[in-house]
Design a protein around this ligand. Structure first.
Ligand SMILES: C[S@@+](CC[C@H](N)C(=O)[O-])C[C@H]1O[C@@H](n2cnc3c(N)ncnc32)[C@H](O)[C@@H]1O
Length: 163
């Protein structure tokens, strides 16, 4: 899942847009997206792990990033992001890590914050430490308009928008 940023995020975003990096980890992609979005744009970097958000905030402050707003929160509660306000949601490796009982709420939040013409990139590991059942993945995708999808050996990927 740790693909080069160029391949993953650059085709999806442009300067001035609002992006949510859900399950952002230390922010490998958040910082890259913030560079593309510029001062008029914004990245919401969200992870349930307080330590990675603290590290991300420290790095953002040290490097002078003013367009990253980081939150230690579960993707199942994005109350700090307004309805229909996000152009692009990047949830790389998130849904396989979210506790099973929180997945549906996380999907509801993704649908709530995404603009009607926005796009979301979802990916989930098939195995190893975290896991997404094929049936659950298919159920999630049925709730969106699927533009592209790929089932790799170890990963499921999809580009989706609201129906
Ligand atoms: C496989 S890592 C992906 C990191 C990053 N997206 C990337 O591509 O480098 C999954 C991340 O999801 C976070 N996570 C797990 N459950 C979460 C939840 N309910 N809400 C938000 N983040 C969560 C973990 O703390 C971890 O940082």
């Amino acid at each position: 899942m740790f693909e080069p940023p160029k391949k993953f995020v650059e085709p999806y975003i442009k300067s001035g847009q609002v992006v949510a990096d859900l399950g952002c980890g230390p922010g490998y992609y958040s910082f890259h997206m913030a560079n593309i979005l510029g001062s008029e744009g914004k990245v919401y970097s969200v992870d349930s792990d307080e330590r990675v958000i603290k590290a991300l905030k420290d790095k953002a402050e040290k490097k002078g990033y003013k367009n990253i707003e980081a939150h230690a929160s579960s993707a199942s509660n994005l109350s700090f992001i307004k309805n229909e306000s996000v152009d692009f949601i990047f949830a790389n490796g998130l849904l396989c890590c979210v506790a099973p009982l929180e997945i549906d709420a996380a999907i509801s939040e993704i649908k709530r914050i995404l603009k009607p013409d926005g796009l979301a990139f979802l990916s989930a590991a098939k195995g190893f430490g975290s896991y997404m059942e094929k049936e659950k993945w298919e159920e999630i995708l049925r709730g969106f308009k699927v533009h592209k999808r790929e089932d790799k050996f170890s990963n499921r990927l999809a580009e989706v928008s609201l129906k």
